[in-house]
Design a protein around this ligand. Structure first.
Ligand SMILES: Nc1nc2c(ncn2[C@@H]2O[C@H](COP(=O)(O)OP(=O)(O)O)[C@@H](O)[C@H]2O)c(=O)[nH]1
Ligand SMILES: [Mg+2]
Length: 126
């Protein structure tokens, strides 16, 4: 399954990908040391799901919107000013999006996304 992290620069995408998921990682991308170039890819095993995490860049966008194609889910990080995304999302409107707002306690966005995906799949079977 493919999950894309999108949002303006410094909204916490790479921080979440590197430290927020609480899973073993296949790579270590540097967080807080400059900006993501294009995209960071990581395959994680998360609560029994194999997930390709696409942590997109927001200054050096590279292929930008094209990274979001064929995502199963999107996690959209917002900053305090709620700056716009660096590129338009190219995703099917039926693909679930979880929004992450700065500060405070929040439920883990990846588990929220998995729950949304499960609900969508159940509905499609009914
Ligand atoms: N303590 C803490 N620092 C964060 C959090 N999210 C982002 N940061 C810090 O904010 C800066 C930018 O985060 P980063 O993940 O690189 O932003 P990106 O541009 O969206 O990938 C880094 O210095 C992070 O350490 C968070 O939830 N908690
Ligand atoms: Mg980044």
């Amino acid at each position: 399954m493919k999950v894309c992290l999108v949002g303006p620069t410094n909204s916490g995408k790479t921080y979440y990908a590197t430290t927020g998921l609480g899973v073993e990682r296949t790579h270590d991308f540097e967080v807080g040391k400059g900006t993501t170039l294009g995209v960071n890819l990581d395959l994680i095993s998360y609560r029994g799901h194999e997930i390709d995490v696409w942590d997109t860049g927001s200054i050096h966008v590279g292929l930008g919107a094209a990274y979001t194609k064929n995502s199963d889910g999107i996690i959209w990080f917002h900053d305090r000013e709620d700056n716009p995304l660096p590129f338009d999302l190219l995703h099917d409107p039926s693909v679930p999006v979880v929004h992450v707002w700065p500060g405070g306690d929040r439920p883990d966005p990846m588990s929220l996304l998995l729950r949304k995906l499960q609900n969508t799949n159940i509905k499609s079977l009914l």
